[in-house]
Design a protein around this ligand. Structure first.
Ligand SMILES: NC(=O)c1ccc[n+]([C@@H]2O[C@H](COP(=O)([O-])OP(=O)(O)OC[C@H]3O[C@@H](n4cnc5c(N)ncnc54)[C@H](O)[C@@H]3O)[C@@H](O)[C@H]2O)c1
Length: 320
């Protein structure tokens, strides 16, 4: 297939692009480089520096695209609460521009990066896809809105659509790892402590109703995420909008992650225990039973793989 990867210069998008190439698909990356990196786009892949607002110039009828993988988004929860208008315009406005361009060019297949943030604070864990969706951030609300847009587009215009609701992406693959200017994710932050870029790791809340008192999250290896994109891209049918959670089904606490980082790297990771952050649920763990049953996907990598792969790519980058 010829696939347009919107957001393919970002962390997850670059790994998805590399996986497409390895599977003999043709990938074209569109990215405005607002948080992505040109050098993350795999060699030999066409790159267009463009915002989603100009996607119709790339996604033309003549260009011969078969599908889109849409990862381009603003994705900082805190920023979305400070600048909601930016998130509605970039995420929802961008998705509208993309769907308009796809309709005009007759490209009828899409896989979209949705998020566990669509669920908000779950009543039941593990979280299934038919759980109540009540996002607690503007970011989560934009993702849920786009999910609703895809449902309508599939029903009315026959789009073949998949929303993949990732939990916490982690790890590295194809030599590509996480490189966010504003880092909010636990594993890269812990690794910054290891490499000396940060003094200590702040633990927000040690009195949650969890075995060690710290929050539990579901971490999923970026290579497992990429595999799910390729699998679902092929099987979704016109008129369907499939929604799948992507997690490992195992939750790890903040202390578990810190212990794994210490073990893998052999370095101390000083922590500073502090109060809870408002709005952080105690435990978020996915049920990925639906995608396992429908397309045979399963997470193949555990926490140690995620930490060691991320560490390997980070140290290689620091040495270069
Ligand atoms: N990282 C996670 O744990 C996680 C979890 C759930 C969902 N997601 C979603 O997965 C996707 C990828 O996340 P990531 O961690 O790789 O983020 P990222 O910031 O590394 O990648 C996003 C990419 O999209 C590009 N982009 C943003 N807005 C754009 C626009 N309007 N036009 C063109 N390009 C634009 C950025 O430059 C960047 O390269 C995002 O949609 C994010 O919301 C991520």
């Amino acid at each position: 297939m010829k696939v347009l990867v919107a957001g393919g210069a970002g962390y997850i998008g670059s790994v998805v692009t590399a996986a497409l190439v390895q599977a003999d698909h043709e990938a074209v990356v569109l990215d405005d480089l607002s948080t992505g990196h040109r050098d993350a786009v795999p060699d030999g892949v066409s790159f267009v520096e463009s915002s989603l607002s100009d996607v119709s110039k790339v996604l033309t009828r003549d260009a011969g695209f078969d599908a889109v993988i849409h990862l381009a988004a603003k994705s900082l929860v805190g920023e979305s609460e400070q600048r909601p208008e930016l998130y509605w315009r970039e995420n929802v406005g961008g998705a509208m521009d993309l769907l308009d361009a796809m309709r005009a060019a007759d490209v009828r297949r899409i896989v979209f990066s949705s998020s566990s943030a669509t669920y908000g604070n779950p009543e039941v864990v593990p979280i299934e896809e038919d759980a109540r969706t009540e996002p607690t951030s503007v970011y989560g609300a934009t993702k849920l809105t786009i999910d609703h847009m895809l449902t309508g587009e599939a029903r009315v215009h026959g789009l073949a659509a998949v929303s993949l609701r990732y939990f916490n992406a982690a790890g590295a693959a194809y030599g590509l790892g996480e490189r966010h200017a504003t880092e909010t994710h636990l594993i890269p932050i812990a690794l910054q402590v290891v490499t000396g870029a940060r003094e200590k790791l702040s633990v927000y809340g040690t009195d949650y109703p969890t075995p060690d008192g710290t929050c539990i999250r579901d971490y999923i290896h970026v290579a497992d995420l990429a595999a799910a994109h390729l699998l679902t891209l092929e099987v979704v049918q016109p008129g369907e909008h499939r929604i799948y959670n992507l997690g490992s089904g195992s939750g790890y606490s903040v202390r578990d992650v810190v212990a794994a980082v210490r073990e893998v790297t052999g370095h101390p990771v000083p922590v500073e225990d502090g109060p809870r952050r408002p709005g952080d649920p105690a435990k978020l763990v996915a049920s990925s039973a639906r995608i396992a049953q429908d397309v045979g996907w399963a997470a193949r990598h555990g926490l140690t793989d995620m930490v060691s792969d991320a560490y390997e790519v980070l140290t290689a980058r620091l040495l270069n």
